[in-house]
Design a binder for this molecule. Structure first.
Ligand SMILES: NC(=O)c1ccc[n+]([C@@H]2O[C@H](COP(=O)([O-])OP(=O)(O)OC[C@H]3O[C@@H](n4cnc5c(N)ncnc54)[C@H](O)[C@@H]3O)[C@@H](O)[C@H]2O)c1
Length: 366
């Protein structure tokens, strides 16, 4: 919507995988939203700009090939993946779907670009989760290594904490291979968890809001805490709560994508940027939600529960994230005002909160 509003010709391709697996997992977003075709119509009415919608599956090469042959895009933003860590860890079928979907989407995209638009700039959504939590500083994608007196530059070591995050590592390796072999131009955005309930274009009509999932499988920890605060449930800190991640506002996600589209990678370049604006531990996040909740008269309790994941609960975390700032990113930070605004939206929809889908249903070890 942001790109269309800025005057670009935009085609959106989606197969509703997210909606299907959300339903199959007995999950549900807090706020219902119309399907993509309907959202595109609503946007056109409100903004006077068209978004061409294709309902199709990126794992079907024919679909991507035809779409690329028709559009011959200058750039493609690749979001089309199964994006939930817990979902990818929930069963054999879910793990296989995650592998098949994410790797085949990326593989087909690479070939559609090679076949129909070799100059096209691929902007790929990766994740900070590719790096894991190493006991050294995390660089932006690359690490200079000196070994037995010789030096070289390699992809920074990756060690993900879920199968979903591991598919993102495979994606990066596939892209890097074709950058080396076929001179693709690629930007891989290592994004942290995104929060936020609105964007400039979503302000045009409430039905254009971003999705808001709050369950244990599709909701991020931020959304889960906000819903728990409103529902009077203790905030479920997993384990010791020292798990630290880099977060960013959805407004900044859009800014980052826009900035890299305006400043494309070179042919034969895999540019990796760490996309987040501030690091917070789960305990710090819980404290912030409690403080914001107080402003709305909510009595927010915090309750640690045993950690369903296998992850370090107290660790070093110092990732570099200067690349996007250098391109001009102006961060919107997670202030109390921002959290209060999100809590207010949750309060408006409190009748739809389902308590039974907030507690962890997926455990890593089983
Ligand atoms: N939201 C976050 O906090 C976050 C953080 C880091 C990275 N990411 C990445 O950003 C991207 C977008 O995440 P999101 O949270 O908006 O998820 P999302 O599920 O809302 O968006 C992904 C979209 O891709 C579609 N899709 C999936 N597989 C497809 C396929 N084979 N063919 C066509 N469409 C397909 C889904 O239906 C969905 O609409 C994902 O790649 C995710 O891994 C998200």
């Amino acid at each position: 919507m942001q790109l269309a509003a800025a005057g670009h010709e935009v085609t959106a391709l989606d197969n509703y995988l997210r909606r299907q697996i959300v339903e199959a997992s007995n999950s549900e977003p807090l706020i219902e939203s119309p399907d993509l075709v309907e959202r595109s119509r609503i946007f056109e009415e409100a903004a006077g700009r068209t978004i061409d919608v294709v309902i199709g599956d990126c794992t079907d090469y024919q679909v991507l090939s035809e779409t690329f042959a028709r559009c011959r895009p200058d750039a493609v933003v690749h979001y089309a993946e199964q994006p939930s860590g817990p979902y990818s860890m929930s069963s054999f079928d879910a793990a296989r779907l995650t592998i098949n979907n994410n790797l085949n989407s990326t593989f087909n995209l690479i070939w559609a670009v090679l076949e129909h638009a070799p100059e096209c700039h691929i902007v790929k959504l990766g994740t900070m989760g590719e790096y894991g939590t190493p006991n050294i500083d995390i660089e932006e994608g690359w690490l200079d290594i000196e070994h037995k007196g010789r030096k070289d530059r390699f992809l920074y070591p990756r060690q993900a904490g879920s199968l979903y995050h591991t598919t993102k590592i495979f994606d990066t390796d596939l892209l890097w291979f074709y950058v080396r072999m076929r001179d693709l131009r690629v930007t891989d955005l290592m994004q942290g968890p995104v929060y936020g309930v609105t964007t400039t274009e979503a302000e045009l009509d409430p039905r254009l809001r971003p999705n808001f999932h709050y369950d244990d499988i599709f909701g991020t920890v931020v959304n889960r805490f906000l819903v728990q605060a409103v529902a009077g449930l203790p905030l479920t800190v997993y384990g010791a709560g020292g798990q630290t991640r880099g977060y960013l506002n959805i407004l900044d996600t859009l800014q980052c994508v826009d900035l890299v589209l305006q400043n494309p990678a070179e042919a034969g370049e895999l540019r990796i940027l760490n996309q987040f604006t501030e690091s917070l531990s789960v305990n710090e996040l819980a404290d912030r939600v409690r403080r914001a909740g107080r402003r709305l008269g909510l009595d927010v309790q915090i309750g640690a529960i045993s950690n369903p994941r296998k992850e370090a609960e107290d660790h070093y975390y110092n990732p570099v994230h200067t690349g996007l700032l250098d391109l001009g990113l102006k961060p919107h930070l997670m202030t109390d005002d921002v959290l209060v605004e999100m809590l207010q939206l949750v309060c408006e929809h409190r009748d739809r909160i389902r308590h039974e889908i907030v507690m962890p249903r997926v455990r890593w070890g089983t």
